[in-house]
Each structure stands twice: as C-alpha cells, then as structure tokens.
Write a protein that binds this ligand. Structure first.
Ligand SMILES: Nc1ncnc2c1ncn2[C@@H]1O[C@H](COP(=O)(O)OP(=O)(O)OP(=O)(O)O)[C@@H](O)[C@H]1O
Length: 261
C-alpha cells in the first residue's frame, strides 16, 4: 500500500528581499514516519518548517497538512494548532512559570473551558510521556538540566495531542547520551502513538538512529527524500561531504558498533 502523505508541499517559493531561499520546492512527509531534514547552514530548513506550520507565508506554491490547505487558502489557526506540536530550536520555556504551568499553557490558550484539575492531570500525563516524573511539574525551568528542559518543551508541544511534531534541532546542546535518550523518546512516540515527526537536525547520530527517511535541502530545493542508505549513495557533492567525511564515517561506525553490541 502506498504511504499516505500527511504533509504535501508543492512548488514553494520563499524569498527575503532579493534572496531566494526556496524555489519550486516539493516535499512529501508520510504518516507515521520520522523525517530528518538536513542541509548546509542557511539552506532554509527552519524557513521550511515555519512555512509548513503557517508561520512563514511563501511567495508561491501549495502547502497541505492532513489535507487542510495552509497556503494559499489558509486553514484557521485553531484547525492547525489541533494537529501540530512544535519544539523550536531554543525550546524556550516561560522562565517565570513552573514546569507544569508551561505544559498547561497551550491548554489554557486553546481550551479555556478545561478545569484546573483536568489541565493539571493532562500536564502530568504529558510530562510522564516525555520521560519525566511527577515531582518535576512543581519545579522552575531554571532548576532543570538542558536535557530535562528539552523534555518539558516536548511535553508542552504534545499538550494538545498533535498528530505531527515539528522539532528544530532537538538534540543540539545535549551530550551524546542525552541525545540518544531523546531519540529513543521520539521513536517511542512514533511507535506507540503513531505520531509523525518532522525533525530538522545536524546530528548525524540522530539521523542514523531515528529517521525513516532523510530529506536533503540544497540548491533551494529538496534534492532527495529517501531512506538514509539511499541518500548516502547519492553522488551530490554536499551529501558526499556530509556523510562521507570524517564525522559521517565516525557516526556510522559507532552506530554499527552499538547495534552489534
Ligand atoms: N525573517 C527573515 N528575514 C530575512 N531573512 C530570513 C528570515 N528568515 C530566514 N532568513 C534567511 O533565510 C535563509 C535560511 O534561513 P534558515 O534559518 O531557514 O536556515 P537553516 O537551513 O535553518 O540554517 P541553520 O542550519 O544555520 O540553522 C538564511 O539566509 C536566513 O538569513
């Protein structure tokens, strides 16, 4: 059975002044997959994410999420917000709110009818789904490690039961063990909840470990979107350098070693 496209991007153009970032860009994301999005610095990975979620209005093209048109006809913010959760690059939490209040913030905004008790219960569930224990809810973000703050941000992104999670460099700033644990967490969300995950990343280990397919941005387009093994076989110079360079070989070697251990 052909995979179902949960996201469809067709012919998108993004431009800032005279700088064209995307031109005729197409992208499909399949339901239930973890898609890794890679590309050199400034190739427009974050702009693509922002375009898909409706935060960046493209100059041309079409974007659909779950069959709802984000552009050119704009689905209402409410419709979109119910379907997606976003973890931005800095994962910014509200520093003056407790962890639980942070996770409850989207519920309070979109579902003011929900009682305090229920909101607290939902926040507790999301924190536990993110691998955090109950006591964490009462802490302030400043009391947590970087890895725990990412998990809280993930719990907040899941507050409204999204079908798609957008993650912008989620493992940046985590040590390798923290990054591996974060990858396991999102793989669990895919496997147990059927979530689709769109993940911008520079982390080669993460790509190897967690992704089902990898989309490469270069020359203002997605030049390939395929399982990692197929992407590696491309002779595009950037792909060769990225995966075939010393870091790429080291990441592949260490992941093969850990798989056979
Ligand atoms: N709001 C904006 N106004 C003007 N230029 C912008 C804006 N947002 C992004 N750009 C430009 O678009 C280009 C792509 O930016 P983007 O942040 O998407 O790159 P990226 O691939 O995510 O890079 P990195 O890997 O370094 O995070 C950059 O040259 C950036 O300066």
């Amino acid at each position: 059975m052909a995979p179902e496209n949960i996201i469809e991007v067709r012919g998108v153009r993004n431009q800032f002044g005279t700088q064209v970032v995307h031109k005729d860009l197409d992208l499909d994301v399949h339901r239930g997959e973890i898609l890794g999005v890679v590309g050199g610095s400034g190739t427009g990975k974050s702009v693509l994410l922002r375009t898909i979620v409706g935060l960046q209005i493209p100059k041309a093209g079409k974007v659909e999420i779950l069959g709802k048109q984000i552009y050119p006809k704009r689905a209402s913010a409410k419709e979109i917000n119910e379907d997606i959760g976003i973890l931005f690059q800095d994962g910014a939490l509200f520093s003056s709110m407790t962890v639980a209040e942070n996770v409850m913030a989207p519920l309070r905004e979109h579902h003011p009818e929900i009682s305090d008790e229920l909101a607290e219960e939902i926040a507790g569930m999301k924190l536990s789904l993110s691998g955090l224990n109950e006591g964490v809810g009462e802490k302030m973000p400043s009391e947590l490690s970087g890895g725990m703050r990412k998990r809280v941000a993930l719990a907040r992104a899941m507050a409204l039961d999204p079908k798609i999670l957008f993650l912008d460099e989620p493992t940046a700033g985590l040590d390798p063990i923290g990054a591996a644990k974060f990858d396991e967490l999102i793989m669990g969300l895919r496997d147990n909840l059927g979530l689709t995950i769109f993940m911008v990343t520079h982390d080669l280990d993460s790509l190897i470990r967690a992704t089902d397919r990898v989309a490469v941005l270069a020359e203002k387009q997605v030049i390939i979107n395929a399982p990692l093994d197929e992407v590696r076989r491309s002779n595009h110079p950037w792909i060769q350098e990225y995966f075939g360079g010393p870091r790429g070989r080291a990441a592949q070697g260490s992941n093969l070693a850990s798989q056979s251990a």
